[in-house]
Design a protein around this ligand. Sequence first.
Ligand SMILES: [Zn+2]
Length: 95
Amino acid sequence: MKCPKCGSEHISQERRIDGDATCWECFYIGKPKEFYRKTNFDVIVENPEVLAEGMVSSNNRMWEFRWHNIAVIRMKSREAAVAAAIEYLKQEAEQ
Ligand SMILES: [Zn+2]
């Protein structure tokens, strides 16, 4: 379980069915399913390939990978753009 607000794993849950879960770091209270939802960060770490594939698009005969609305990678082939995007995402995830 992970807090959807601050990402802490220091969570307590009420001992009843569908009881609320509470984060001990930021005191966010919510339903347990919220605490199981994956964050963008988790998706990047687990599936940089899938994310890169979905984020590369063609523009003006070049293949672009945009991050925070900036084209950080521009390549002539889609394969090269995806490969570069995967490396970029892995580095982002490590920061
Ligand atoms: Zn929290």
